[in-house]
Design a protein around this ligand. Structure first.
Ligand SMILES: [Zn+2]
Length: 331
């Protein structure tokens, strides 16, 4: 089974007494903590013919159907765009869950269970239910059929109508402790798990996404350019990053944070592998102008949502970083 170690306690709390399982569940918490995997495990376990205390048997007919994505007593509802569906031929699906999808849910719940046991519906991300769909769902939540579990998964539960939330049992999935997350990531073969965790705010599954090879290659190019900053090199970096200004901005703010930390004799937080370079550069930069540069770049982050020319923005930040280092030369 795929249950993550930091979610085991939650699993035991919820599944300890099968007779007391709720009809509606709202699983919420930060991105990258394994909520989807958790509800998938829960669905598979409820449908399994020989469930164990900590998951499905993986060997029965029901588990086989579930793994192939074709269990007749299971229904997954997600935005068409996310499911890779097309609303019309050639037109990509929308990002909302619409009333049509909730109507199909009523049809599904109107049938009897194929296996004579539970039926499970997963709705994710539930905050993408549009108003009409949420209303339609409310009716089902008010009169839940027997032996049906409706599990809603949400990163931002407050965006759901209070009427929907109040009819669900809420289950919070939190971030694991740093050491547990580090050990788990190391077990997945990740190098520098702590640095990755810091970059993504502690969510292990985001760290996995983050460590994807192309992204790591872009990160290495960023580090090479800021470690030996030159006008040409930084302009090239800005040009290469124009489709991903926010990513490069994120690295630059963290790089400046680390530089300031090193200047103040603090520990390197985000780029531990670059510590010698950070020390070398921090010794060159004047503290006041480094501080100012960092403040400017952080404040400029709010412009990332505006349709400005990203490359120009990036270039101005990177050159301001270069000025900072050069201003400190020969002080
Ligand atoms: Zn099974």
């Amino acid at each position: 089974m795929s249950l993550h170690p930091w979610n085991l306690d939650l699993w035991r709390e919820l599944t300890g007494d099968r007779a007391r399982l709720p009809h509606a569940l709202l699983l919420h918490g930060p991105r990258g903590t394994g909520k989807r995997e958790f509800v998938a495990d829960l669905a598979k376990w409820l449908l399994c013919e020989a469930p164990g205390p900590e998951g499905a048997c993986d060997g029965c007919k029901s588990c086989g159907w579930f793994d192939q994505g074709g269990h007749p007593d299971f229904k997954l509802i997600e935005p068409a765009a996310e499911a890779g569906k097309e609303e019309e031929p050639g037109k990509k699906g929308g990002k909302y869950i619409t009333i049509n999808e909730i109507r199909q849910l009523s049809d599904f719940l109107g049938l009897v269970s194929h296996q004579g046991g539970w039926r499970v519906v997963v709705i994710q991300p539930a905050e993408q239910l549009n108003a009409a769909a949420a209303n339609a769902l409310l009716k089902t939540l008010e009169e839940p059929p027997a032996n049906v579990l409706i599990a809603l998964v949400a990163h931002q539960p407050r965006r759901l109508p209070a009427t929907v939330r109040s009819r669900c049992r809420k289950l919070a999935v939190g971030l694991p402790g740093r050491e547990q997350a580090r050990d788990w990531l190391a077990g997945q073969g990740m190098r520098e798990p702590m640095a990755m965790l810091d970059e993504v705010g502690g969510a292990p599954l985001l760290a996995i996404e983050y460590a994807e090879p192309e992204r790591l290659a872009r990160r290495a190019r960023f580090l090479a350019a800021v470690a030996k900053p030159s006008p040409d090199g930084l302009s090239r970096l800005a040009q290469e990053s124009q489709q991903r200004v926010d990513e490069c901005w994120g690295w630059l703010t963290r790089w400046l944070y680390d530089l300031l930390a090193v200047q103040g004799n603090g520990p390197v937080r985000y780029f531990p592998e670059s510590e010698p370079v950070l020390r070398h550069l921090a010794a060159k930069a004047r503290p006041a102008s480094l501080w100012q540069c960092q403040q400017e770049v952080v404040a400029a982050g709010r412009w990332l949502r505006h349709p400005l020319n990203g490359q120009l923005l990036l270039e101005s930040w990177l050159l301001s970083y270069l000025d900072t280092l050069e201003a400190g030369n020969g002080r």
